[in-house]
Design a protein around this ligand. Structure first.
Ligand SMILES: Cc1ncc(COP(=O)(O)O)c(C=O)c1O
Length: 410
């Protein structure tokens, strides 16, 4: 006997994190499984942003940089995210985007290893990462070396300045052993930059315990900070004094309001800043973090893992014989909080699912990706999503959906 919808309703009743769903605005009729692309809206965020617009901006005007704490916001919010990264607070700040911070970190890392000529990076990583690696290599006269995540430790040698890879892969959700990979890279005298896009707010890890050098993570995915929310950047304490990032804008200056001609790097993590913070999205991110109050990353990861295990079990029962494939580790301890199911017509099937209110995303060429914002996704949502895919495959109702246009967000 396969699992029934009632079995999943029972799992929701027993779920110790079920209370957290109330912390989010989930529209009626929507089954939201795309928190790994854009997290759902936490309650309280729109009030907070309205306050920032109407009171802090509208009334406080320029005074709010001091009086409303805008100037201190990047470090304050970084310190609040730090426990989710297993990091001491003074090593984290919030600024700009993942790609921009990767650029800063890769150049900074290469400057700390000036006589080494290679950057080793992950084949199959999110393309933006490798586009940045290529550009940094062109700029600095280094050679990029691409190998799969599992081969990184062996590919790093004594001519490698830095290795860059994702902790959780954006397609397969495979988790790397952060401590072991970092140790192997350090054994060759190289540095490591971790991409935490699919890790922060999804799985438990500790940058400090793993002795990571640098990391960057996402504000708009599992932290639910809103579209384009700023990313967070981590520099290990031991590098803070020496780190020399290339985007030397005035917000990373030791005294921006002295308006000196010469650049003098700010002390500590503030030197990772470049420009005026985008305060509206920064404020939204800060308010969104309330959704994690009183919840441990261990509980979040355990729930996400249980949701993924359920989806894989239902995939075996209902989809494996219908032309689908599984592109996810069956070992929950090696899997982050999303599951990828492949089908040659995955784009059309996902569009037809979205038309039914079941929202995941599509990653070319054939991946239907379902992400589990563990604070709000229910077990019954997983059942309904798999049932939806099964119905579509059996009815062929996806066949009327046209293929994607080149510039569609999928
Ligand atoms: C693993 C990974 N790295 C990098 C990025 C790029 O992020 P950003 O648009 O903030 O540069 C993404 C975006 O989804 C991602 O998933």
């Amino acid at each position: 006997m396969g699992l029934s919808r009632e079995d999943c309703v029972r799992l929701d009743r027993e779920d110790p994190l079920a209370f957290a769903r109330e912390r989010f605005v989930i529209p009626a009729g929507v089954n939201y499984l795309d928190g790994n692309s854009l997290g759902a809206l936490p309650r309280g965020v729109s009030e907070r942003v309205r306050h920032v617009v109407d009171e802090e901006w509208g009334v406080g005007l320029i005074r709010s940089w001091n009086q409303a704490g805008w100037y201190a916001a990047p470090g304050r919010i970084g310190a609040r995210i730090a426990p989710l990264l297993g990091a001491a607070p003074h090593q984290v700040t919030v600024t700009e985007t993942i790609s921009i911070n990767l650029f800063k970190l890769l150049v900074a890392a290469a400057r700390l290893r000036p006589n080494r000529r290679k950057i080793v990076a992950e084949l199959g990583n999110f393309p933006s990462d490798n586009h940045i690696v290529d550009s940094v290599c062109r700029m600095l006269g280094l050679t990029p070396v691409y190998v799969t995540a599992g081969e990184i430790a062996d590919a790093v040698d004594d001519d490698t300045a830095v290795a860059e890879l994702s902790h959780v892969n954006y397609r397969t959700a495979e988790i790397q052993d952060m401590a072991a990979v970092t140790a192997a890279i350090h054994a060759k005298g190289a540095l490591v930059v971790w991409d935490l896009a699919h890790s922060t707010g999804a799985v438990e890890f500790s940058l400090d315990d793993a002795r990571a050098d640098f990391a960057v993570g996402c504000g708009y995915k599992f932290l639910n900070g809103g579209p384009g929310a700023p990313s967070h950047v981590y520099v290990a304490e031991r590098h803070l004094a020496a780190v020399d990032q290339p985007l030397t804008g005035w917000f990373g200056h030791a005294a921006p309001f002295a308006f000196a001609h010469e650049f003098a790097r700010a002390e500590g993590i503030r030197s990772m800043l470049c420009s005026t913070p985008q305060m509206l999205s920064t404020a939204a991110l800060e308010a969104a973090l309330d959704a994690f109050d009183g919840v441990s990353m261990r509980e979040v990861q355990a729930k996400g893992r249980a949701l993924g295990d359920l989806m894989i079990r239902l995939y075996d029962e209902r989809l494996a014989d219908l032309g689908c494939g599984l592109s996810a580790s069956r070992d929950g301890s090696r899997r982050g909080n999303h599951v990828s199911i492949t089908h040659p017509n995955g784009f059309q099937i996902m569009q037809a699912l979205i038309a039914r209110g079941i929202i995941g995303d599509f990653r070319a060429p054939d991946v239907m990706r379902f992400g589990f914002g563990a604070l709000y996704v229910r077990f019954v949502d997983i059942f309904d999503a798999v049932q939806g895919v099964e119905d579509l495959l059996r009815s062929g109702e996806w066949r009327d959906v046209p293929p994607p246009n080149a510039n569609d967000v999928t």
